[in-house]
Design a protein around this ligand. Sequence first.
Ligand SMILES: NC(=O)c1ccc[n+]([C@@H]2O[C@H](COP(=O)([O-])OP(=O)(O)OC[C@H]3O[C@@H](n4cnc5c(N)ncnc54)[C@H](O)[C@@H]3O)[C@@H](O)[C@H]2O)c1
Length: 305
Amino acid sequence: MNRILITGALGQLGIEFIKYFTKSNIFVLATDIRECKNEIPCEFIQCDVLEKNKLNQLVKSYKIDTIFHLVAMLSAKAEKHPFKSWKLNIDSFQNIIEVCVDNEIKKVFWPSSIAVFGTDSKLGCVPQNPILNPSSIYGITKLAGEKLLEYSNKKFNIDIRSIRYPGIISMSTKPGGGTTDYVIEMMDSAINKSKYVCFLSKNTELPMMYIDDAVSSAIQLMRADKSKLSVKDSYNVAGFSITPEILKKQILKNGFKIDVEFKPDFRQEIANTWPKKIDDSKAKLDWGWSAQIGFEETVKKSLKF
Ligand SMILES: NC(=O)c1ccc[n+]([C@@H]2O[C@H](COP(=O)([O-])OP(=O)(O)OC[C@H]3O[C@@H](n4cnc5c(N)ncnc54)[C@H](O)[C@@H]3O)[C@@H](O)[C@H]2O)c1
């Protein structure tokens, strides 16, 4: 991991990976379909990840050796645009794999999601290898992606590694259209003293993770000894699990006033097929994973943002 290309670099995760790598003096070429309006501490090139030739050129001219492929249409947005999300999430991943094969790039990080599970997955606390029966189009693309990576690693002798992220909490970028976005939105409303209408019911329990743990889990996995990795598709990782009501109470505990109305919409249906808790014992055993930041600290850090 010396010269890294990040796709979807201006999104919630991308911005944080840029900060991490540049602080560690690792070369980063950030790419995104959007124009970069703020200053970022690395090279940036506007590029649609569906343009394979352009990606190929960039990889060659910048001598890239590792790709963090972060482009995806997230769950709630994808449900509104199922065909576009299939095309973006799947075709972009195929492009990255082809670019890797053409340029002999071995190392790739590609995030999967807790959307990959489904109602048959023992949602109370999902194990590493449950029955996977996602019903959202986003979850279906993540399951297809997991299978594509497993196939490609074997077929082309590459080393794509993956994590099934829970909802990621960070305040430095706007959330990208996911089913766990309510966490960031509610804290944002508390900071801005505005009323919040929550799109999930107050007792919907979902797994979450603070951004610092999301970044360090990926780095730890990418640096792990390959011989220790027993999971061939994507690793479960856990932070903590909360409901909207628990979040509201924690915001109040921190001295903020917040008026929340619970008005579930179509995203409730997606959340009902997602896990409450995650069993990440395989990640702990194989590469020493352990979340460092709990719920209370996450809320404190986020409200101070
Ligand atoms: N954020 C979460 O809570 C979460 C949870 C689980 C998994 N993930 C996964 O992590 C990855 C990153 O998520 P995120 O939250 O940073 O997403 P995001 O929506 O914040 O960022 C995605 C970025 O991709 C860019 N993009 C969209 N179409 C593009 C295209 N055709 N070419 C180039 N760039 C394009 C967007 O402009 C955006 O900046 C995704 O694969 C997502 O599925 C995220």
